[in-house]
Ligand binder design. Structure first.
Ligand code: SF4
Ligand code: SF4
Ligand code: SF4
Length: 275
């Protein structure tokens, strides 16, 4: 099955925020009132109840002119997803469309995915069970995989009225992004296609008007080396040698030891900066 890509050309976005509303509607996410932040941006970043956020960035371009830059920001659905690699419960997986989804039944709320995502777009939500016991679950954009299953496009894409977003076969979307880049280079000399190879490429491919750092994005995001070694090498060998159940216990220990915030802060191997 060909991978499906969300194409986002930020140079066409007018900041209407319809994509945010469509996401809330389709996914039945509650409203999340916020304080005035000194800008028209509503939320600082994505949260467990707000899976995409419209960034509004005041930027002085190379000619000394002030520009307003917009960016629809949500999960990138990385081809090599750090969140999937560090999850000790195998609660995060890839679908046949290339999207990255979280199985809420398996998620134990450990937060290693939130700590290791190079783009800081997955968040924990707190719940209480009927006995008052607190627990947490991780949430993020699903790329509307439930809609894709029904032959529909993601809700945010369907609602975008400016042609900022498109959805389709990976090769076609990347070709479209490269073509668009040629068209806008005169106006935006720093423009680029953002499809970072340090995470194996992404299923959300952006045409950015400026360098990634202007949008608070890592210039060269990477999956932590320790996570690659663990998921792709140690785990399969361990399962073969000591069985899946014992390996799950070992996995929880390793994740706690190596993929916690403390370890991440020490190595800073997950990317240059966060949104
Ligand atoms: S952007 Fe973060 S949450 Fe989304 S797939 Fe990549 S690592 Fe996982
Ligand atoms: S793809 Fe779906 S879940 Fe993701 S931001 Fe768009 S509407 Fe929300
Ligand atoms: S719906 Fe389209 S134009 Fe409106 S804010 Fe979202 S990406 Fe921009």
């Amino acid at each position: 099955m060909s991978k499906l890509v969300k194409y986002v050309d930020v140079t066409k976005c007018d900041g209407c925020r319809a994509c945010m509303v469509a996401c809330k509607n389709w996914n039945d996410l509650p409203a999340e009132p916020t304080e005035f932040l000194g800008s028209v941006q509503s939320h600082v970043k994505t949260t467990a109840d707000t899976w995409n956020v419209l960034q509004y960035i005041e930027h002085e371009n190379g000619k000394g002119d002030l520009e307003y830059l917009f960016r629809h920001s949500s999960c990138f659905h990385c081809t090599d997803a750090a969140c999937e690699k560090v999850c000790p419960e195998s609660a995060i997986s890839y679908t046949k469309y290339g999207t990255v989804v979280i199985d809420q039944d398996k998620c134990v709320g450990c937060g290693y995915c939130t700590e290791n995502c190079p783009f800081d777009v997955v968040s924990l939500k707190e719940y209480k069970d009927k006995n008052g016991k607190e627990y947490r679950k991780a949430h993020k954009c699903t790329m509307c995989t439930d809609r894709i299953e029904e032959g529909l496009q993601p809700a945010c894409i369907t609602t975008c009225h400016t042609g900022t977003m498109d959805f389709g076969d990976r090769d076609a979307m990347i070709k479209k992004a490269e073509q668009r880049l040629k068209e806008i280079k005169d106006r935006y000399p720093n423009a680029m296609v953002y499809n970072p190879q340090g995470v194996g490429g992404t299923q959300s491919v952006y045409v950015l008007a400026e360098r990634p750092s202007v949008y608070g994005l890592p210039e060269n995001p990477k999956v932590p080396t320790s996570a690659v070694l663990w998921k792709d090498y140690a785990q399969p060998i361990g399962k073969a040698m000591i069985g899946a159940t014992t390996m799950a216990v070992v996995g929880a220990f390793v994740a706690n030891k190596f993929f916690s915030k403390k370890f991440n802060d020490e190595t800073q191997d997950g990317g240059d900066s966060h949104e």
